[in-house]
Design a protein around this ligand. Structure first.
Ligand code: SF4
Ligand code: F3S
Ligand code: FES
Length: 234
């Protein structure tokens, strides 16, 4: 296929504002859009800057807006994107260069929910912490998060209020709040019940549409809010 690839470029050393640049590339329909970016970087303009690592939908580092929608460049195929493809950085976080954004505001929210298992007690048999399949199932969906940031950076509430903890942090709080082995769910629920926690969500649903892993984010948000009410936290 003959593809016109448009990339929103920005070089902080030379540009005052972002601008579109176009490239004509011969591609296979089954090529992921990431291959086109590699082509530009390796054969046309080595200054093109973007993140990627695994190239297989696992690391979450290449979330970007492709034809205006949140996608992983390594998973989204040319045959689905069409012969005119536009690529922009994800929104709501500062652009460092081209498609590379400053993820620190996102990581700050993620760290704030204690995204790790807390349990200082020694198991009775001194070995592993056991969990039934049903207990594991309780938070299965939210374990799928690859921290690509598409949901939070696609949320209009986050665009207007950078203090909002955002859907990705809520998803990762959910993953531990409902883990039967964890002992810090009360603390996490208090963080979630804060003024900039779950109550800020306006059920816009952009996050669900943005998630490349199909996580039911709004259900996770609802379950966390119910748990706050149920346990009378906050
Ligand atoms: Fe990405 Fe989905 Fe995790 Fe949000 S919940 S960071 S969209 S994988
Ligand atoms: Fe934002 Fe998703 Fe809620 S887009 S407003 S976190 S439903
Ligand atoms: Fe890792 Fe795309 S490069 S998810």
């Amino acid at each position: 296929m003959d593809v016109e690839l448009r990339i929103l470029r920005f070089n902080p050393e030379t540009d005052e504002a972002s601008h579109w640049e176009s490239y004509r590339i011969a591609a296979e329909p089954t090529d992921p859009v990431l291959n086109l970016l590699h082509h530009v970087k390796w054969y046309v303009d080595g200054t093109l800057t973007f993140r990627r690592s695994c190239a297989h939908g696992v690391c979450g580092s290449d979330a970007m807006l492709i034809n205006g929608r949140n996608r992983l460049a390594c998973e989204y195929l040319v045959q689905d994107a069409g012969s005119r493809i536009s690529v922009e950085p994800i929104r709501g976080v500062p652009v460092v260069k081209d498609l590379l954004v400053d993820m620190e505001p996102f990581w700050d929210k993620y760290r704030s929910v204690m995204p790790f298992l807390v349990n200082d007690e020694i198991p009775e048999d001194g070995r592993e912490r056991r969990q039934s399949p049903e207990e594991r199932e309780r938070f299965d969906d939210t374990t799928k998060c690859i921290l690509c940031a598409a949901c939070t950076t696609g949320c209009p509430v986050f665009w207007t209020n950078r203090d909002y903890v955002g859907p990705a942090a809520i998803v990762n709080a959910h993953r531990f709040i409902f883990d039967s082995r964890d002992t810090a769910s009360e603390e996490r629920l208090e963080i979630m019940a804060d003024a900039d926690g779950v109550w800020r969500c306006r059920t816009v649903f952009n996050c669900v549409e943005a998630c490349p892993k199909g996580i039911n984010i709004t259900r996770a948000i609802l379950e966390v809010t119910r748990e706050i009410e149920h346990r009378h936290v906050g």
